[in-house]
Design a protein around this ligand. Sequence first.
Ligand code: ZN
Length: 232
Amino acid sequence: MHTTALVLFSGGQDSTTCLAQALTRYQRVETIAFDYRQRHSVELDARLRVLEQLRLQFPQWAPRLGQDHLLDLGVLGQVSETSLTRDMAFKIESSGLPNTFVPGRNLLFLTLAAALAYRRDLQVLVTGVCETDFSGYPDCRDDTIKAMQLALSLGMDKRFLIDTPLMWIDKADTWRLAHTLGGDPLIELIVEHTHTCYLGERSHRHAWGYGCGSCPACELRARGHQRFVAGR
Ligand code: ZN
C-alpha cells in the first residue's frame, strides 16, 4: 500500500490536477519543481500561489501537503537551445516535434525526483505527462515512463511507482477530473492561479484562465475548457 508521494509540480493546470489527486490518495505529499531559467518566472510564481490556495481552500488536504522543493537546473541551458529557454518563436521542427522540446528533460526530472524521493522516503512519483497531448514528447510516453520506473527502481534498489493520472486522457477530461476531485472551488483555483501559457502572458483573463490565447498551450487549455463547460 502506497501512502507517500512526490508530485512533479510546475504550477500549470495538469500538475495542479495531479497534485489534487495525490492529496486525495496519499497521506503525505511533497512537491518538486525545477528552475531551468525558463524565459519567465511566471510558472514558478504560480506554483507558490497554487500551494498557498490549496492549503487555504482545502483544509482537508492541507495537513497532507508537506515540503516543497525547488531544484536549480540551470545546466539545462548549457545543453539545449529551445524556444523555452531562449528568445525564439515557437514552431514545429522537421522532426515533427515542437521547438520547445528539450531532449531528455523529463528523464532528468524523473531521475532527480527519484533521488529526492529516496532521501525523503517517498514511494510514488506523480507526473502529469500525457500521451494524448499535441506535443508528443518521446520522454512523456507511457513506454518511456514504464522503462524509467524500472530503471530507477533497479538503479536505486528501491521500488518506485510512477503514477501518471493524465496519461490517456485529453484536456477536457483533465478539467473533469479536477471537478470530480475538488468541485467548482478547484476549477476556479485552476482558472485563476495556474499558469500554462508559453509566453508568460497574464494580463487578460479568459474563461479558462490567463494567457495569450494563441500559443499551443493556451489553445489546448482553452479548447479543453470549452468542451468541459459544454459537457456539464
Ligand atoms: Zn499562450
